[in-house]
Design a protein around this ligand. Structure first.
Ligand code: SF4
Ligand code: SF4
Length: 409
């Protein structure tokens, strides 16, 4: 792979072609602050998701990426977000060719000197992962996963019609035993050089009685990694569970479904009491991406769907198999797509080439067989490019019974 991202950030002090920070993400606030401090003049921020362009970031206008060429026919980009390879591919498609890593700006960034939209401790964690991701981009020898979704259950206390993890299709949802999960993670650990983030996910992870043991098992093995628990706020955790966590690396991401999230206040009270960081956000509109259909697309069209996909590096562990995205993980688990080993790595196969198989999974650059059953999940949901869904849809609408689908055996 040809590395197109430069590291000599100091060269950006020279006036010339406009400078744009990529990604309206929290890490970009630090990048913008550091640029200002050392005299790099930034013109704007860009982001592929139109909803992220309604605000400003550290006083900078946020431009929807597809409209960039109109405003800036030429630009130099500092990649603030963590999807380095995706950003390069997307912006190259718009005709740009000058990209910079923010490492020189954030390596020694003094968080305490600046204002941010999140707490200093949360920003520290975001920047730690961002640094690892950018360093990994320059080290092709290593097998690196920015994050892994650890699916601890397919049971959910809600049944959202358009759940992107496909919970609405399960007729017999199940928990995965916490020992099996920790064993699978051990195999992944032995065969991957680094993982920065572990995301406990479901369904509703707190429904699995072993969820806190999984958190503590990961935390013990990866004291430098960050653990994010994705919850819908329906179940109050036990005080002894929260008390048992390491507040340095355990975080909660709470989606607030209003009245449905009946225990969200109890949960946040406990998290505050034990100094566990959390983010509580309302369930906003979602991207339509949960219909399972065999599209029978051409190779070229599937390549485009994969190229535009924003979750193609969301590694997902489910029932002892490692996948590259939650759609294929759950569609395969439901037998809603034909079984094809090209879609996953079976961690308990007993074969001695797990390392090579994981490397193969990580390096897939065109598409997976399972992508032909997916609507796509584009960075820009307002575009039809590589996407067969309806765009934005209301979040959190409930179904009364599982949705039927075609099963493959
Ligand atoms: S709360 Fe809704 S979106 Fe979240 S996992 Fe459950 S069914 Fe899916
Ligand atoms: S199936 Fe393919 S296109 Fe769909 S979410 Fe997964 S990687 Fe993306």
């Amino acid at each position: 792979m040809e590395l197109k991202v430069k590291t000599d950030i100091q060269s950006l002090k020279k006036e010339g072609i406009p400078i744009v920070i990529v990604g309206a993400v929290q890490e970009s606030e630090a990048v913008a602050n550091a640029c200002k401090e050392i005299g790099i003049k930034v013109s704007a921020v860009c982001d592929s998701e139109p909803r992220n362009t309604e605000d400003t970031l550290r006083g900078l206008e946020i431009i929807h990426s597809p409209t960039l060429p109109k405003k800036f026919p030429k630009a130099r980009f500092i990649i603030g977000c963590q999807h380095v390879q995706d950003v390069v591919e997307q912006l190259t498609g718009y005709g740009y060719d000058e990209f910079y890593s923010p490492l020189g700006l954030i390596e020694n960034y003094d968080i305490s000197k600046f204002e941010h939209s999140v707490s200093n401790s949360y920003m520290e964690k975001r920047l730690a992962v961002c640094k690892k991701t950018h360093r990994a981009y320059f080290n092709e020898e290593k097998t690196y996963m920015r994050s892994i979704d650890v699916m601890v259950t397919t049971k959910c206390s809600l049944k959202c019609n358009n759940c992107s993890n496909l919970m609405q299709y399960y007729t017999n949802p199940e928990h995965t035993d916490h020992k099996k999960i920790l064993d699978a993670l051990k195999i992944i650990d032995e065969n991957v050089d680094e993982i920065s983030e572990f995301r406990l996910i479901g369904g509703e992870p707190l429904m699995n009685k072993g969820w806190a043991d999984i958190v503590n098992g990961i935390s013990k093995k990866h004291p430098d990694g960050q653990i994010f628990i994705y919850t819908n706020g329906t179940i109050a955790p036990k005080e002894e569970q929260i008390k048992s966590f390491n507040s340095n690396n355990v975080n909660f991401i709470i989606t607030d479904y209003g009245k449905l999230s009946r225990n969200v206040d109890k949960m946040t009270d406990l998290l505050i009491k034990y100094n566990i960081s959390y983010d509580r956000s309302p369930a906003e509109d979602w991207v339509d991406c949960s219909t399972i259909t065999h599209h029978k697309r051409s190779v070229k069209d599937n390549e485009e769907v994969f190229k535009q996909c924003c979750v193609k590096y969301v590694y997902t562990l489910l029932e002892g198999r490692l996948y590259r995205c939650p759609f294929i993980a759950n569609a395969a688990n439901l037998n809603a797509i034909p079984d094809n080993p090209a879609n996953y790595v079976d961690l308990f196969s007993g074969k001695d080439n797990v390392k090579q198989q994981i490397k193969r999974l990580v390096k897939v650059a065109k598409f997976f067989p399972g992508c032909d059953f997916c609507l796509g999940r584009p960075y820009d949901p307002t575009s039809n490019l590589g996407y067969d869904g309806k765009g934005m849809i209301p979040a959190g609408q409930q179904v009364s019974k599982p949705i039927p689908y075609k099963m493959y055996k």
